[in-house]
Design a protein around this ligand. Structure first.
Ligand code: G3I
Length: 300
């Protein structure tokens, strides 16, 4: 196959990208995004600060712009994200305890209600762990240690049709404390029947030629708990071809690794734009890393 999306589809997987609504009018950008990818994540437009700028006042204009752009092209959409310590609406900063807990529940119901039946997955909770595997301090954590499971239970009720994911970074190395902390939470959720369907490994890689230790073991270990795994925000410093090929191969090797999403189209679109981390250069040309990924996807 000659595009990333079609190549990934040969093994039943998807290949996606993050998209920014403000760039959709750039024809180079939208042409590449619409041609190469078959899963779309809103880079910022479905986050709480954008979707609920004041209490009970929801704004889906930019999120819908991305959703409509994608679905008009037959592309699927992942929702990102509902409960996170960052990019919160400012009014969440003025409440705490039971009031904030209820606001989180209402937010999940409001946003998921709007997109009910329309999305492939939601990153219900994002980045809730510290590097050592303990829970990250945040206003949400301060509402009680059960805030994550409350978010997932609320989400399942709000839209039973969508896959519910926990998403985080630095959970790629199997020996790392944070990976183990998240693993234990997923294990606990599965054992107690807390609804969760998938783990998103952001996969923001830095430098070097090899992958974080036992990356594939991390994918297969999460999968063995009974969840799907996905690489949700891939970018690699200087687009190391060996790391790009390696992370793609690791996903291909794990049956429950359902897809890969890169965090932007061209290097110039990236939040790490000075690190040339993506598959297309600033001019929209395919980089060597693009070919390394396509070759792995086509080798199945
Ligand atoms: O909306 C304002 C705009 O009005 C203003 O003109 C402009 C000036 O710089 O800033 C705009 O907001 C920026 C926003 O991106 C939209 O471009 C914010 O300052 C900036 O902080 C924000 O950065 C985003 C970042 O999340 C914030 O946490 C990045 O685009 C986005 O790529 C990044 O994505 C996160 C994932 O959601 C979670 N995992 C890590 C990943 C990378 O940080």
């Amino acid at each position: 196959a000659s595009t990333l999306g079609a190549a990934a589809a040969q093994s039943g997987r998807y290949f996606g990208t993050a998209v920014a609504a403000s760039r959709l009018g750039d024809s180079t950008y939208s042409t590449i995004a619409g041609r190469e990818f078959n899963m779309i994540t809103a880079e910022n437009e479905m986050k709480p600060d954008t979707t609920e700028p004041s209490r009970g006042n929801f704004n889906f204009s930019s999120g819908d712009q991305i959703y409509n752009w994608a679905t008009q092209r037959g592309l699927k959409v992942r929702g990102h994200t509902l409960a996170w310590h960052s990019q919160q609406p400012s009014w969440w900063g003025g409440i705490s305890g039971g009031t904030l807990r209820q606001a989180m529940i209402d937010h999940i119901n409001g946003v998921m209600g709007h997109y009910k039946g329309k999305l492939a997955a939601w990153d219900v909770v994002n980045e809730a762990f510290n590097e050592d595997g303990s829970r990250r301090n945040s206003n949400l954590q301060a509402t009680g240690n059960d805030w994550i499971e409350v978010a997932f239970r609320t989400a399942r009720n709000a839209d039973p049709s969508v896959k519910l994911c926990y998403n985080d970074y630095n959970i790629e190395n199997w020996s790392y404390g944070k990976t183990q902390g998240v693993y234990r939470m997923i294990q606990d959720f599965k054992s107690r029947g807390v609804p969760i369907d998938c783990v998103g490994l952001q996969t923001h890689f830095t430098g070097g030629s090899s992958l974080p230790g036992n990356f594939q073991t991390t994918l297969s270990s999460f999968a063995a708990l009974g969840v799907d795994v996905a690489l949700t925000e891939v970018d690699v410093t200087n687009s190391s071809t060996s790391q790009y090929a390696g992370l793609t191969q690791a996903c291909i090797n794990v049956p429950r690794c359902i897809g890969i999403t890169v965090w932007g189209v061209r290097d110039s679109d990236s939040w790490r734009s000075n690190e040339s981390p993506l598959l297309f250069d600033g001019g929209g040309n395919k980089k060597a890393a693009y070919n390394s990924v396509l070759n792995v996807l086509n080798s199945v």
